[in-house]
Design a protein around this ligand. Structure first.
Ligand code: NAP
Ligand code: MG
Length: 561
């Protein structure tokens, strides 16, 4: 495996050793399911009175872990612990913080197979996507560490004031805010917890992590990596439970200095509003939903387009913020493209996501499964046609989990609300346009602006990049029309309703979001020789009583100023 670097673009041809490692880890893990895990507050395992069983969406009979249903008391304890740990962590030299975070990354990489196996069982991600989520986490954290290093901890000398008789030193220092709250979604539970956590920690903040209810176990395994790396007690804290209870209590706690929320638009906007009502403004980094278009021109390579679209529409069962949920095609190639899309979609294997050949596992929970059926009824009622899919899978193992067919819809009028609404399921709508300007208008006519894809001529790609309103854009990419960003290659973030900061994770400008700038101006008397050069003064000649020799008093004059 030495020559293989796993990313979402390279994952389609992994070496055999990767499969072997994953298979072994699944077998081992399945023999040891059902353990109870605490929350982690100030380094200690904390148990709540109420617990919940974390069932696998692959087979709901499987209880993966018993987790804690934390409440407001636990939320407040975790914030207090983070507050207490802040003075010492923020004053720990940044080089040491970087070193500890890198140690956690190394542990994540060392445990990649067991973590990937747990991910597949808890989220229902296929094996390569599961391993990808784990590796991406390490790479996101490494990237923040690298940015600290490349920027010398963000301590920069500024210009010297043009003062006469004084020496001014101006230093810009980026310093941590304090207690940082990280609320993550179910779909990339590792990367979207670890990416913000790594950035917050190297920057010198202390953190409180709250994962989605559906993915509490895998994020606890992430927290174990931080703990085992020796990140001090209280510097990170981990609480679990309902978003509306423990999550809301965290958001409401006045001691929170900043928050990174990744999840749905509605919850993110609510958090933003509640932060806006505080006594002063704190940073709120929101990474929200998407309704990502793939535009196909008459000049496209249709084979690449179909491959990329199917991968992005149905990877992780369409439950990616970056999923290609809208396909907009020029009339001239519409029939050819949809024929290819159908063939490729029908070839996808649905089943146990730990199996080597599976592309689609189950959707995350009963609610999503129910919504899949409701959306399809709504589509039928509105005149939409199922090119393929439209049903849940039944019979045998399918009856034990939440399995949905990958679904391609045509003939749904562009005016229908489901062209705007993020369904977050394996349902993609396809529409026909007469020219590319029309396609671009439709593509941009949603409140989201996360990712977008295009297939067409070289000349058209420049037009696409220039006009599309999205934070992550791809042209002519068979590895994924709208999905598959990797830190350091495709920093990830959204425009418009998809994100608040305008700066992408895994990119140049991200770790800075976790620090505020302080300018440190220090004035000293100018050294004598420099004063002479800068502004020659008349030397006051004094005659020493002892030696009788004349001496210059420039220095003293300067000091008295
Ligand atoms: P979600 O329902 O909004 O939940 C996200 C997180 O917020 C969960 O941890 C949830 O906890 C918590 N939460 C819910 N209500 C809360 C409240 N009142 N106060 C504080 N926290 C609360 O989203 P999801 O279903 O997990 O994830 C899917 C969404 O995330 C999609 O919209 C997707 O597009 C978006 N997403 C965006 C990105 C991006 O980078 N832009 C990446 C991935 C996903 P519970 O689970 O306990 O309710
Ligand atoms: Mg679950």
């Amino acid at each position: 495996m030495a020559d293989f670097k796993l990313t979402y673009a390279t994952m389609f041809n992994p070496p055999e050793a990767l499969h072997d490692g994953f298979d072994m880890a699944v077998a081992k893990l399945k023999a040891n399911l059902g353990r109870e895990y605490g929350m982690i507050i100030e380094g200690k395992d904390v148990f709540a009175d109420e617990k919940f069983d974390d069932h696998s969406p692959v087979n709901t009979d499987w209880v993966l872990a018993r987790m804690q249903k934390g409440n407001a008391t636990h939320a407040n304890m975790a914030i207090a612990a983070a507050r207490k740990a802040f003075p010492s962590w923020s004053r720990t030299p940044w080089q040491k913080r970087v070193q500890l975070v890198r140690k956690a990354c190394a542990l994540i990489e060392k445990r990649i197979f067991e973590l990937g196996a747990a991910m597949a069982l808890e989220v229902g991600k296929n094996r390569m996507e599961s391993l990808g989520d784990v590796q991406e986490t390490a790479d996101l954290m490494y990237y923040s560490a690298q940015m600290m290093e490349e920027n010398n901890g963000f301590i920069k000398s500024m210009g010297k004031d043009p003062l006469v008789g004084y020496d001014s030193t101006n230093t810009s220092v980026l310093r941590p805010y304090g207690v940082w709250l990280i609320i993550s979604p179910f779909n990339f539970p590792f990367a979207l917890t670890g990416g913000p956590t790594g950035a917050a920690l190297v920057a010198g903040n202390t953190v409180v992590i709250k994962p989605a209810l559906d993915t509490a176990w895998i994020v606890r395994l992430f927290a174990d990596c931080l703990r085992d790396a020796g990140i001090p007690d209280g510097v990170f804290n981990f609480v679990t439970g309902d978003g509306s209870v423990v999550g809301q209590a965290l958001v409401d706690n006045p001691e929170v200095d900043g928050v990174t929320f990744t999840g749905s638009f509605d919850v993110g906007m609510k958090i933003n509003q509640s932060f806006a009502r505080r006594n002063y403004i704190r940073p709120v980094i929101l990474e929200l939903g998407g309704k990502n278009p793939a535009i196909v021109s008459r000049n496209a390579n249709l084979e690449d387009a179909a491959t990329g679209i199917v991968r992005s529409a149905f990877g992780l069962q369409g439950q990616k913020c970056s999923a290609a949920s809208r396909v907009i095609v020029e009339d001239a190639v519409y029939d050819d493209l949809i024929a290819k899309l159908k063939v490729k979609t029908d070839a996808l294997v649905i089943g146990d996501p730990t199996d080597r050949t599976t592309y689609l596992g189950p959707v995350i929970n009963q609610r999503s499964y129910g919504e899949f059926k409701e959306f399809n009824e709504e589509i039928s009622g509105a005149g939409g046609r199922f090119l393929t899919g439209g049903n849940v899978k039944t019979g045998g193992m399918f009856d034990k989990g939440y399995y949905c067919e990958p679904t391609l819809v045509t003939d749904l009028p562009f005016s229908h609300r489901l062209w705007q609404h993020e369904m977050f399921l394996p349902i993609t709508t396809i529409g026909k346009v007469s020219n590319l300007d029309e396609a671009m208008n439709i593509a941009n006519s949603v409140s989201y602006g996360l990712t977008a894809g295009f297939y067409g001529s070289q000349k058209e790609t420049a037009w696409f990049f220039d006009n599309i309103q999205a934070g992550v854009t791809y042209a002519n990419r068979p590895q994924g029309a709208t999905t598959g960003a990797w830190p350091g290659f495709q920093p990830f973030g959204g425009w418009k309703g998809s994100g608040s900061s305008g700066k992408n994770g895994g990119g140049y400008y991200y770790v800075q979001l976790y620090m505020h700038e302080q300018i440190q101006t220090l004035i000293k008397p100018a050294p004598a020789n420099k004063t002479k050069k800068a502004a020659p003064k008349k030397a006051v000649k004094k005659v020493s009583k002892k030696t009788g020799k004349a001496s210059s008093s420039n220095k003293k004059t300067a000091m008295r100023k």
